[in-house]
Write a protein that binds this ligand. Structure first.
Ligand SMILES: Cc1ncc(C[n+]2csc(CCOP(=O)(O)OP(=O)(O)O)c2C)c(N)n1
Length: 341
């Protein structure tokens, strides 16, 4: 079994967990959103098994990362994702009916059924897009941060990418520009231990991503990505720094994907069952569920109500998608840009 992550904080003192900064209502919202993501992803798997949806990358296991970060965001803030972005979208409030319709190729989808799982975008909600090209949204997020700064707002831009994407040079070009221009961007690397079948211990020199921040004169911090409370609280200084015009931060969220790299990948011969069980035993939803009960934030019946509500909404998303039509043939010629040059 691969060694467990060792949480390090090379550049800055690790911010403590001040539970005063997180209220009960927000904790329950986190639980509800994480359950919605999990059920939505499980439903996507069923839809794929029925042959209605193709080639998705499941975010099950990683729910706490965007939920904790997006807990800080307000109107006008942007997020960008990657090929594994359903959890980013739901955490930012994208409508799951429109997401499911998009996944099923229907005209009522976020992208009118023409984008699919790796291109979900909802500009009004501040989700500027998922993207199938690894690393490609990192400079887009940096540009969005530049835009927020030039317009004189205190809005921030967050980009989620994987440990594999941290090998792309564009991350370092973006970090450099963001640092010299003090752009309000938060680079969030979701280190789920593998880029397809390649373990991060093999591919990442130095063994971690966060310490690379030091060379760009910005804070770099590792956060336990299986704890939504840690994700939220420890990301606070990064968000405040960006809003205050002090510049970017690199966050490495230590997490784990439970399913194969893509929908149909099975078995995952590059990792052991013991390792999978190790992470599942520390599951992010179980953790917050136990916390809410143990700390008497709410009762079991409240949690059941939230779970049932999420389940109904996910069921309705399939009905909404099934009842929607596929795009007309003439839609082929819509949203197409022609250059005369
Ligand atoms: C530029 C580019 N190179 C290669 C690929 C093929 N590819 C798709 S996902 C992936 C692995 C990405 O790993 P990581 O960034 O860690 O994200 P994860 O899948 O773990 O969420 C690769 C190599 C791609 N889509 N784009």
């Amino acid at each position: 079994m691969a060694t467990d992550f060792i949480i390090i904080d090379i550049y800055k003192e690790e911010p403590g967990l001040d539970m005063q900064k997180i209220d009960d209502k927000l904790l329950m919202q986190f639980f509800e959103t994480m359950v919605t993501i999990r059920l939505f992803e499980e439903e996507c798997r069923r839809q794929a098994d029925l042959g209605k949806l193709r080639g998705m990358h499941s975010s099950i296991g990683q729910e706490a990362v965007p939920v904790g970060i997006c807990g800080h965001l307000k109107e006008g803030d942007y997020i960008l994702g990657n090929h594994r972005s359903h959890h980013h979208c739901i955490a930012r409030g994208v409508d799951i009916n429109e997401m499911m319709a998009e996944l099923l190729g229907k005209s009522t989808g976020t992208n009118r059924g023409k984008g699919g799982t790796m291109h979900i975008a909802d500009i009004d909600k501040g989700m500027l897009g998922a993207n199938g090209v690894v690393g490609s949204n990192i400079p887009v997020a940096t540009g969005a941060a530049l835009s927020a700064k030039m317009r004189g707002t205190d809005n921030v831009s967050v980009v989620f990418f994987g440990d594999g994407a941290s090998g792309q040079g564009v991350l370092y070009e973006s970090m450099n520009l963001a640092s010299i221009w003090k752009l309000p961007v938060i680079f969030v690397c979701e280190n789920n231990r593998y880029a397809e079948a390649t373990p991060f211990e093999y591919a990442i020199a130095g063994g971690n991503v966060s310490s690379r921040a030091e060379g760009f004169d910005m804070p770099g911090i590792q956060i336990d990505g299986q704890s939504v409370i840690e994700m939220f609280l420890k990301a606070t200084p990064a968000i405040e720094r960006a809003r205050n015009g002090e510049g970017p931060t690199l966050i490495e969220a230590l997490t784990y994907r439970y399913q194969g790299h893509f929908g149909g990948e099975n078995p995952q011969s590059y990792r052991t069952k013991e390792e999978e069980e190790h992470y599942k035993s520390n599951d992010c939803i179980k953790q917050i569920r136990n916390y809410l009960i143990e700390e008497e934030v709410c009762g079991l019946d409240d949690l059941t109500r939230l779970e049932e509500g999420a389940s109904v909404k996910v069921e309705q998303s399939v009905k909404f998608a099934d009842d929607s039509s596929f795009p007309d043939d003439k839609a082929l010629y819509e949203d197409v840009y022609i250059s005369n040059s």
